[in-house]
Write a protein that binds this ligand. Structure first.
Ligand code: UD1
Length: 416
């Protein structure tokens, strides 16, 4: 497995790129597949490291899976019970392993979930997930790094989320899909990945309404029947390539995108001066004459996504003036700042706010990917920088970006 990327900067990215399936939708659909009777086939699932780990977790708990020749993943939950406990060794590698809480409670009323790992982007508590599954009848104990959950009689209930957590909304939906009666989630997350989960479960016989709004209503059913489903395109990968066009003074046609999922990113990119055109073949993004400084606040969907904040910071490092970025979702997202500074960026951080002074150029050096999106941002900075950049710990990038080296090379980047 590659552990570093070497990039020679200064080449405009030109051409077209096809966006892969959404990591965050793929991961939750893989967990939700255990709710089905019979085989589930997932199309458009990206072959990335996080998906491979999720696949291993499925195998470890007793689910048979295999990649089919057409690139889809077949998931066959057995008729018998699954192992209830997720392995610490696997769960520590992947935050989304926590999605087995709702999926297992929905399937077999019991779950022992290792407290998850994943990106080091801030404290990632599970209080809202627990509050949700408790409301639906689970007894919870947290001991020795595991959540022990038991629901003798899962029953629908009303749950108000203090914050529209993506993972908590997903866990509650999965448990509620097969609970007795009706569940109402208020202040639910509205991300496109939540809609994809609801569409997937509904395609198997679930009764979920309101996904994509802040009130979701789920009427539990006795049985969900497996089937075939195609995952939505990855809006964060699309956004990353959009910024690649803008930062390298290039022009890229981005295929396989749903533009409505990218509204906040498109709007902010246009404010920086980039040109974005929605065509039948995809989004064409062309760099503007200059990069205008802008202000950004990350918020739950449909606000500006926290998963695009680092990449936008890379772009604003080269803007003609100061920009202000406020991170409202994850407190450690500014770990990237020290790495960008090594490349010549001028950034000051105070609490949740970063002030990015524009500089005329960035220069190549050795930097470290501290998390997945920081890694993506370093690729962008390196593509625009003078000279060569070595990005260490690039394994973080491979967690979430499929064939990133090939895709960049096809656009004219010099990456090894
Ligand atoms: C998901 C995404 C991640 C994205 C994030 C926000 C997956 C696999 N990951 O992560 O890429 O950055 O949504 O869009 O889909 N919180 C609590 N208590 C909880 C749960 C969350 O306080 O019980 C807080 C978190 O600390 C964080 C905020 O809520 O500050 C958002 O977290 P959440 O929406 O749950 O993100 P994830 O589902 O972990």
């Amino acid at each position: 497995m590659l552990s570093a990327l070497q990039i020679e900067g200064g080449y405009p990215l030109l051409g077209q790129v096809r966006v892969s399936g959404a990591k965050n939708a793929g991961l939750v659909l893989m967990a939700a597949s255990i709710l089905a009777e019979g085989e589930v086939i997932l199309d458009n699932l990206p072959r990335i490291r996080d998906v491979e780990i999720m696949d291993k977790i499925l195998n470890d708990i007793g689910v048979t899976t295999h990649w089919r020749p057409d690139g889809s993943l077949s998931i066959c939950p057995p008729n018998s019970s699954l192992k209830t406990k997720t392995s610490y060794e696997l769960a520590k590698m992947l935050r989304a392993s926590n999605l087995f809480l709702g999926a297992m409670l929905g399937r077999q009323k019991e779950a022992i979930i290792s407290l998850p790992g994943g990106c080091d982007i801030g404290s990632r508590p599970m209080d809202l997930h627990i509050k949700g599954v408790q409301a639906l009848g689970s007894e919870i104990q947290i001991e020795h790094g595991y959540i022990y959950a038991n629901a003798k009689n899962p029953t629908g209930a009303s749950v108000y989320l203090d914050f529209p957590s993506v993972g908590a909304t997903e866990n509650i939906i999965m448990m509620a899909a097969k609970a007795k009666g009706t569940t109402i989630i208020e202040n639910s997350a509205k991300e496109p990945e939540i809609v994809d989960l609801a569409n997937f479960l509904n395609s198997m016989g679930a009764r979920i309404r309101g996904a994509g709004t802040d009130v979701i209503k789920i009427e539990g059913v006795d049985e969900l029947i497996g089937g075939r489903y195609s995952i939505i395109p990855d809006r964060i990968e699309a956004g990353t390539f959009m910024i690649a066009a803008a930062i390298t003074k290039g022009e890229i046609l981005i295929e396989n995108v749903i533009p409505t999922h990218l509204h906040p990113v498109i709007a902010k990119l246009q404010e920086t001066g980039a040109l974005v055109e929605n065509t039948d073949s995809g989004l064409i993004v062309k760099a503007g004459q200059a990069i205008n400084p802008i202000d950004i606040k990350t918020l739950p969907y449909p606000g500006f996504p926290t998963d695009m904040q680092s990449q936008m910071m890379a772009l604003l490092c080269l803007a003609e003036g100061p920009s202000v970025i406020v991170e409202n979702v994850f407190e450690n997202r500014f770990q990237i700042v020290d790495e960008l500074k090594r490349m010549g960026a001028k950034i000051k951080v105070e609490g949740h706010t970063a002030v990015v002074e524009g500089v005329d150029y960035l220069h190549g050096t050795t930097v470290k990917a501290t998390d997945l999106r920081a890694g993506a941002a370093l690729i962008l900075a390196a593509l625009a920088a003078e000279g060569e950049t070595k990005i260490e710990d690039a394994i973080h990038i491979f967690r979430g970006y499929e064939n990133v080296r090939e895709k960049l090379t096809n656009l004219g980047a010099k990456v090894s």
